[in-house]
Write a protein that binds this ligand. Structure first.
Ligand code: KPL
Length: 310
């Protein structure tokens, strides 16, 4: 399978690099400098669980590429730009493995290829250009967001199943799901709890496995489940909390993507995670005080540090 990974930061490099381990896949990583040129010069080092050096192709220019599969791992605020770039190429299937909500719709509006939704809970950290570490085992769940399109034999089902098989052969734990909307809301609850709390406190995911920080993260996950329910998605509060607890424990040593962004002085995905929960809650008449406070604090940090200007 020919694979292009758009936005090969930590998770994208981990997934793309892991797929490169299997001979039948040709992988191109679309990455920033100096990551791209380091990979071209000396390969991509996978440290941690997948330890080895692999040699995917790497470029900074994502235009006019062609592949069987495009995996999108850009930050959610970069999805519109990535969609425009992807639209200049040709892909059989596009798979979003991003945090936050609304990415699939943005991609589908711009690209002439089926877009599958996906969630990934692997802990991944880009240690330095050319080196990505898997800091916690996880799982990839993928499928179509269209109701009724994942039945046996449907096009989406066939595509999802062949991607699942390809990922599994490379050692990435992957399952196909027919309830992607619920899965995306569950992942949103996980990120709404873990990401801002670890980002604001400069801690690893272990910080939310217990104590007051854990309770704060759990409350953010509970509120997210309430908003999901108001939106017609059957996600129980206790399932959202259990999912968050499970990921925090499995990835305890990981620095969450938002904590990595804050540590590097970069803009975060707060708008499409807790900010999305707050906006949906307002539209649906649900009170989400914890998500509101977390959103305000992270946005205040972004403005104060110059990471955002609005
Ligand atoms: O998705 C993640 C992230 O950091 O954004 C988790 C799964 C919480 C891993 O840290």
């Amino acid at each position: 399978m020919e694979v292009v990974v758009f936005g090969a930061g930590s998770l994208g490099s981990l997934v793309g690099g892991t797929l490169t381990r299997v001979d039948e896949h040709t992988v191109t990583l679309v990455a920033r400098e100096p990551h791209a040129s380091t990979i071209r010069a000396s390969g991509l080092q996978l440290s941690g669980e997948f330890g080895q050096t692999v040699t995917p192709d790497a470029t900074t220019d994502g235009r006019n590429l062609e592949a069987d599969l495009a995996i999108v791992t850009v930050k959610s605020f970069d999805t519109p730009a990535a969609a425009e770039t992807l639209a200049t190429g040709a892909f059989d299937t596009v798979l979003s493995l991003q945090n936050g909500m609304g990415n699939e719709e943005t991609l589908a509006a711009a690209i002439d290829a089926p877009v599958l939704a996906g969630t990934a809970t692997y802990g991944a950290v880009l240690q330095e250009p050319g080196v990505v570490e898997c800091t916690g085992p996880g799982k990839i769940v993928l499928g179509s967001l269209e109701e009724g399109s994942t039945g046996n034999g449907s096009n989406s089902s066939t595509r999802a199943t062949s991607i699942e098989a390809a990922f599994e052969r490379a050692g990435l734990e992957t399952v196909v799901a027919d309830d992607m909307s619920r899965r995306l809301w569950t992942k949103l609850a996980i990120n709404a709890g873990i990401n801002p709390v670890t980002a604001l406190t400069g801690t690893t995911n272990e910080a939310v496995t217990s104590g007051p920080a854990g309770e704060l993260a759990r409350e953010a996950a509970r509120e997210t489940a309430r908003v999901a329910q108001a939106a017609g998605v059957s996600l129980r509060e206790r399932d959202a909390v259990a999912a968050m607890d499970n990921v925090a424990t499995e990835t305890a040593a990981n620095t969450s993507s938002m904590a990595q962004d804050v540590a590097a002085g970069r803009r975060t995905e707060i708008d499409s995670i807790n900010g999305y929960v707050v906006d949906q809650a307002a539209a649906l008449g649900v009170d989400v005080p914890t998500n509101r406070v977390l959103t305000t604090l992270v946005r205040t940090w972004e403005r104060g540090s110059g990471a955002r200007s609005d």
